[in-house]
Design a protein around this ligand. Sequence first.
Ligand code: PMP
Length: 317
Amino acid sequence: MAKSAPFVWLDGKLVPWEQATMHVATECVLRGENVFEGIRAYWSEAEQELFLFKHAEHIARLRQGAKIMRMTIPYTDAQIEAASLELIRACGYRGQVHYRPVAYFDMGNLTDYLPSEIRTGMFILAFSTPTTKQVHEGVTTCVSTWRRNSDLASPSRVKSGANYHNSRLAYIEARLNGFQIPILLNAAGKVAEGPGACFMMVRNGKIITPPVTADILESITRETLIGLVQAELGLEVIEREIDRTELYICDEAFFCGSGHEITPINSVDHYPVGEGKPGAITRRIQKLYFDVVCGAVPKYRHWLTPVWGGASRAAAE
Ligand code: PMP
């Protein structure tokens, strides 16, 4: 059964799930011409409140992607935030949520590519999405035979639906070969990222992650962790190219992303990573990240936007 939700926000209003449809001739449907975000909202049991995590940073990235695509998003940041809150509240979520604001190209003639020639619409999906078993237990991975989209062809920096054709090919290959998640190298043969998350590894107590010029998405989680682990755990973070064979000898490794959160990597191409189970540093980073996103660390509360504004606390009392 596919996931569903009570409502979708579509072009300015909430509509029941069944009515959130789009014409088959839109560029969005035909060619995946959209730019989107995947953002989590975290539930704080202590405060009985739901918090959007780094919503503004995600919308800033959405606009960067739209700029590269020469797409004009017809809503302000304030309108997108209000719409996201309206949708999540309408769905009544009081637990972890993953929501996706999507700006899309509507119908046009064959070469109507200029923003003035084709309408841009927007929709937002929001699902109840608890943390997966994979985040607790870790995953098996392989190096994909597919290369990550090059910045010179279909830039990975743009979070466009069309780019996920590349992720999908890699995912399917990995799954058919008995692995859970692939790791994609870029055209230069260096480690890029996972199909839906960035990559980090630990070698000799240092965190190493590919630079933003390695054909990766400029991940909000990656950026968050680079700051957090240095400031809060005193760990050095190095942004540099990573060779394939380093994957086989690193001490720990994990994917990071809004959706995948912090997913430990237990093996790569059947080589165990460390002891073949989530490592101690990865566990410390997970703990820190989950504390921060749930609002337990006052210093980082400015990254959070409350959804209910105390309403659900009042309801619970
Ligand atoms: N890379 C890809 C290809 C992704 O789809 C995602 C998920 N948005 C990420 C990295 C992680 O990005 P973020 O931390 O902003 O969610």
